[in-house]
Design a protein around this ligand. Structure first.
Ligand SMILES: [Zn+2]
Length: 714
């Protein structure tokens, strides 16, 4: 699933003060000369000095910037005047600008140009950043001021956007225990401390089992595997001192292709069992007791805050709002998904029977026979598709879509006035096509290189704000396409082209922000992937196909037959994909809505899946003992459903365009798209914003059609 990288400084973050007072003067002087701390200069209201980045300046710049932010926060907290929106909330919005600037450089080193030197500094800074952050969220005097403004606003409401800032800030502090009494706060902190070490142990155990359970094959056990897979398995074995053998490592990227292609059924079973037993081997690295303890501590913590369960606490600021809403959606899709699995299994069984197999399709057979079905029904030659997906054409295509929907114009900046951190990065000025007014700068870093984070992501170096004049946006898209030989085109896969559109959807979401206060740019976990997923749909519009999906040599437009094959393939194997995903998402929610005292995760997983009538041919995408989204941190605990939630909105919104008189380029719908789905960011409740766009709440019917499922019963 595609990653969206939140800028480091979104949310309320802060830092630690280092150094002694007698060295302060020196520190200040050095800081003044640190290029990472300098104001951004040049056109477009200034841009980061990516040409002046030296790793040796980073630690000092980060520490200094965090210290400055904490000083600003202290000044706000200790202001003798009575708390108001202006002297408290607005002042908080304004604070930390130095830290935001330095974080941009930190983010570049972390995501685009990592190195051993950087990782050393990162290890030093990570706990300091955590400290800084908690110094803000646990600042008692600050919270009392926020609370006063919040309480006053309950009888005297503020203008809508200010009220939203107050509500969200108050809620964020409240959710982190700011309202507890001294004893409650003490217990709350103890719980968090124990949890953070349990999260580490959990991840380390998973990592241990991924690294230490390797299946070694002999030369005569390679049936069905591709040459490139065999070559990398050989290297993987050599690296582990098993020269002459072939290693199937215990990771998804190794397991998945092996189960798809290997003709050795017994080995498929072995690799499958090894993979799905990570963290569940009854040894020193077994995660089951750790999970029970995590669930109990989370439960205790939210009970301190007065909630029934963790899910209820967590979902209050999500679009779903309540666990019941997320469960209801999942249960409807689950029913349809199970039916689809039955059909898929029947198709696969027919192929297996015809081949003379005398067994029933087992979980380790699913991928193998699904691939045979795919070849028979949807044969799509990915090399052929690639010839029509040339990167420069696709870049023109995203700009075309931005023009038609957002009225944006992208003009290349080639005079060197905007520094870049690598020669492969390209920059454009974004303007409004009609008025010519400046909107921002777009950075595009498409090619893979050592030190760059894998996958694709979108980020912003400067967010929109309007409380003291318009602050323009600096946004970037990053991907990892293989650098071609000089003069050769970059040809990418269909998946990569979709991701390219996806990340650009995030960028458009950044550029189109109309919020007044920076914190209202924040993402809502089950909503923030929706806009980007939606933009993927424009890749398959006739306008884009006919203008931009052209053969890189002949210029011929992608043939209709090929387009149709791509469309057909979209519903392939959706029973499997949806069921393995939903089993994990449902379990995530069940764990966090159940009283966990005395829970035995192993038993609980078994009982609940039996109750759900989990098909015996499929296993959870992430079984509990290695469900890192949920147990290696709090990031995705009771949030895994969010992918489906965003998918429902995506399908429902896409159907509005499909049915509009002007199709995907219908002007009226495009205006509503920008006005309600993109521009408000988090200045408006997402559910409300969606209703304004669609004229009704989202329904799941479109999602069911997109996945080839039977419509839900009325
Ligand atoms: Zn994304």
């Amino acid at each position: 699933m595609k990653k969206y990288m939140l800028p480091l400084y979104i949310g309320i973050i802060a830092l630690v003060i280092t150094g002694c007072s007698d060295t302060k003067k020196n520190e200040n002087e050095t800081a003044m000369n640190n290029p990472l701390l300098a104001e951004w200069t040049g056109p477009y209201s200034g841009t980061p000095a990516f040409d002046k980045m030296q790793i040796s300046d980073l630690q000092q710049a980060m520490e200094y910037a965090m210290e400055k932010h904490l000083e600003e926060i202290d000044a706000i907290a200790n202001n003798p005047e009575a708390p108001t929106f202006e002297n408290t909330l607005l002042a908080m919005e304004k604070a930390g600008s130095l830290f935001q600037r330095v974080s941009v450089y930190y983010g570049i080193w972390s995501s685009n140009m990592s190195s051993p030197e950087f990782r050393e500094i990162q290890n030093i800074l990570t706990p300091k950043i955590a400290d800084y952050s908690s110094k803000i969220s646990q600042n008692e005097a600050l919270f009392q001021r926020i609370k006063t403004v919040y309480e006053n606003s309950q009888s005297n409401p503020l203008p809508a956007e200010q009220q939203r800032v107050v509500d969200l800030t108050y809620q964020e502090f409240e959710m982190k225990g700011a309202n507890l009494d001294a004893e409650g706060k003490k217990r709350y902190a103890e719980i968090n401390k124990e949890l953070s070490s349990l999260y580490n142990t959990f991840s380390n155990n998973v990592l241990h089992d991924e690294e230490n359970y390797v299946t070694y094959l002999d030369e005569n056990q390679l049936g069905g595997l591709s040459e490139s897979f065999i070559a990398s398995a050989k290297v993987a074995a050599e690296e582990r001192g098993q020269t002459g053998k072939y290693a199937i490592t215990n990771t998804r990227s190794s397991m998945d292709p092996f189960l798809t292609y290997s003709t050795e059924r017994e080995l498929r079973e072995q690799v499958w069992r090894t993979y799905y037993s990570r963290g569940d081997n009854n040894d020193a690295y077994d995660n089951n007791d750790i999970i029970a303890r995590i669930l109990q501590l989370r439960h205790e913590r939210v009970q301190l805050l007065g909630y029934d369960n963790f899910a209820q606490w967590r979902l209050q600021d999500r679009m779903a709002k309540k666990p019941e809403n997320a469960m209801e959606l999942m249960e409807i899709v689950w029913e349809a998904s199970l039916k689809r699995v039955e059909e898929e299994v029947a198709e696969m069984q027919a192929i297996a029977d015809a081949e003379g197999a005398d067994f029933k399709i087992a979980p380790w057979d699913y991928r193998f026979y699904a691939e045979k079905v795919r070849l028979a029904k949807y044969d799509l030659n990915s090399d052929e598709v690639k010839q029509y997906l040339e990167l420069n054409n696709l870049t023109d295509a995203i700009f075309y879509v931005a023009d038609r929907l957002f009225n944006y114009q992208f003009t290349p900046i080639t005079d060197g006035s905007v520094p870049v951190f690598h020669e492969d990065v390209k920059v454009w000025e974004v303007t409004d096509k009609t008025s010519g007014s400046h909107i921002g700068v777009f950075y595009l870093d498409t090619l893979a290189r050592a030190g760059k984070r894998s996958g694709a992501c979108a980020t912003q170096y400067r967010t929109h704000a309007n409380y003291e004049g318009k602050r323009t946006v600096l946004a970037s898209n990053n991907s990892n396409f293989v650098k071609p030989a000089p003069g050769q085109p970059v040809l990418i896969s269909w998946d990569d082209a979709e991701t390219f559109f996806h990340e650009f959807g995030h960028a458009l979401h950044f550029f189109s922000s109309q919020v007044t206060y920076p914190s209202l740019n924040g993402g809502v976990r089950d909503y923030t992937e929706f806009q980007s997923q939606l933009l993927e749909r424009w890749l398959l519009t006739d306008e884009v196909i006919n203008r931009y999906l052209k053969h890189y040599e002949t210029g011929e437009v992608m043939p209709q037959e090929l387009v149709q094959k791509i469309k057909n393939a979209a519903t392939f194997n959706q029973g499997f994909a949806t069921t393995e995903f939903l089993a994990s998402a449902l379990m995530d929610m069940l764990y966090h809505t159940t009283d966990p005292s005395g829970i035995n995760p192993k038993e609980f997983e078994k009982e609940m899946l039996a109750k759900l009538q989990m098909p015996e041919e499929i296993v959870m995408r992430h079984r509990t003992p290695h469900f890192s989204h949920v147990f290696s941190s709090e990031g995705y605990a009771t949030a895994y459903y969010g992918y489906l939630w965003a998918d429902v909105l995506t399908s429902d919104a896409a159907e509005a365009f499909a049915e509009a008189p002007g199709g995907f380029y219908d002007q009226e719908w495009a205006d509503k798209l920008v006005k309600y789905l993109f521009a408000p960011r988090n200045a408006m409740d997402p559910a409300e914003a969606y209703k304004l766009f669609r004229g009704r709440e989202a329904t799941i019917d479109a999602l069911m059609r997109d996945r080839g499922f039977a419509p839900p019963k009325q």
